[in-house]
Design a protein around this ligand. Structure first.
Ligand code: KG4
Ligand code: ZN
Length: 349
């Protein structure tokens, strides 16, 4: 049997609309990664339909696991642990991935590692950047979350800020829908914004300059609706102005947090919205201003994938953190359970 100095982790992801399997080792080698998107199935509805997503995960996951193991040239017996997303996310999909992970772990006699999807995003920059050390300030911006986290170590996250209404990715998706730009919304808005004028439409910057640490995007979305209904702006101009407003909000809130985290050595951005070029460029400038290392994972590692779950599994494996086979699937699962509730943020983790 092939031996390796590093533990090899099989990762499974199924918490939203991507089904994915990957093998990553503790030395940061991505041995394989496979992904099946479901965009075509959800496009007619303009958003992710949970029931359709769960059924698609059931069909896609096992073939992806077999393909990922095949690409890595490994059998299940040569894997050291199975890491599966156990939440937060659409519960039907989370259950498909977690139960599959449990079955594989049980059948092969391997340890199970239940990974918080947000931890996958939070640690993914360390897969991409071997020199990224703890502690770092993380801006986690995805379709379901918009948070600033102080990442102190594996399993040690302090939430400094969250959104009091919509997540940043959600705002991109809703704006794309309002402007008829298509689905998924983020890349569509970014593409339209390239031929638009970011100063053409006056839009609000909710909570910018506020003493509280949090984010808010709901007012921005309403302003986009009004701008569209005014009928005088080009969609590209609204898209560019909206993207600029989001960048300004993210930047202001992140700058505020940096001022309160004197010990951090790096500014890191992760999650689907981190794939946005304007967001990355603005944060990179902010990091430079503060003399901080800047890390953003490559684009494919920003949006949902299984390599980040396998890597979080490798980090947890290194810390001796394993889970029993009766670990529950969780629709909500905050990374920092001690974080105070933000005003208005009743439903978001
Ligand atoms: O992390 P992710 O793949 O899934 C969640 O865990 O939510 O993030 C998906 C979100 C979607 O809202 C999508 O529109 C947004 O990330 N996104 C982008 C871009 N690519 C993906 N937003 C802005 N610009 C992009 N290029
Ligand atoms: Zn995600």
């Amino acid at each position: 049997m092939m031996t390796s100095a590093f533990p090899r982790i099989l990762g499974l992801e199924s918490s939203c609309d991507e089904t994915a399997a990957a093998v990553v080792d503790g030395g940061r080698t991505i041995l394989s990664h496979r992904l099946a998107g479901q965009e075509a199935a959800h496009r007619p509805f303009g958003g992710v339909v949970p029931e359709i997503a769960a059924r698609a995960h059931v069909e896609a996951l096992i073939p992806l696991v077999e393909a990922a193991l095949g690409d890595a040239g490994l059998t299940l017996a040569q894997i050291d642990a199975i890491a599966a997303t156990a939440g937060p996310g659409l519960i039907g999909g989370v259950m498909v991935g977690l139960v599959t992970g449990k079955a594989l772990a049980h059948a092969a006699g391997k340890p199970l590692i239940a990974v918080n999807h947000l931890e996958g995003h939070a640690l993914s920059p360390r897969l991409a950047d071997p020199d990224l050390a703890f502690p770092y300030l993380l801006l986690l911006v995805s379709g379901g979350h918009c948070q600033l986290l102080l990442v102190e170590g594996v399993g040690r996250y302090r939430r400094l800020a969250t959104t009091i209404d919509d997540a940043a990715g959600e705002a991109f998706d809703k704006t794309a829908k309002l402007l008829g730009l298509g689905f998924p919304g983020g890349p569509a808005v970014e593409a339209a914004a390239r031929s638009g004028d970011p100063k053409a439409v006056r839009l609000p910057r909710p909570l910018v300059g506020s003493a509280e640490p949090h984010f808010s995007f709901a007012g921005l979305k309403s302003a986009v609706l009004r701008a569209r209904d005014a009928g005088i702006h080009r969609p590209e101009d609204i898209a560019a102005s909206f993207q600029q407003a989001v960048v300004d909000c993210l930047l202001d809130r992140t700058r505020r947090a940096l001022g309160r985290c004197p010990g951090v050595t790096a500014l890191v951005v992760a999650g689907g919205v981190a794939a946005n070029g304007a967001v990355r460029a603005a944060l990179e400038r902010l990091a430079r201003e503060h003399d901080l290392r800047f890390t953003a994972p490559p684009l494919w590692l920003c949006t949902d994938n299984a390599a980040m779950i396998a890597w979080a599994g490798a980090e947890r494996h290194g810390a001796g953190l394993f889970d029993p086979l009766d670990v529950p699937a969780r629709a909500r699962w905050p990374l920092d359970p001690d974080a105070e509730k933000a005003r208005g943020a009743g439903v978001k983790a």
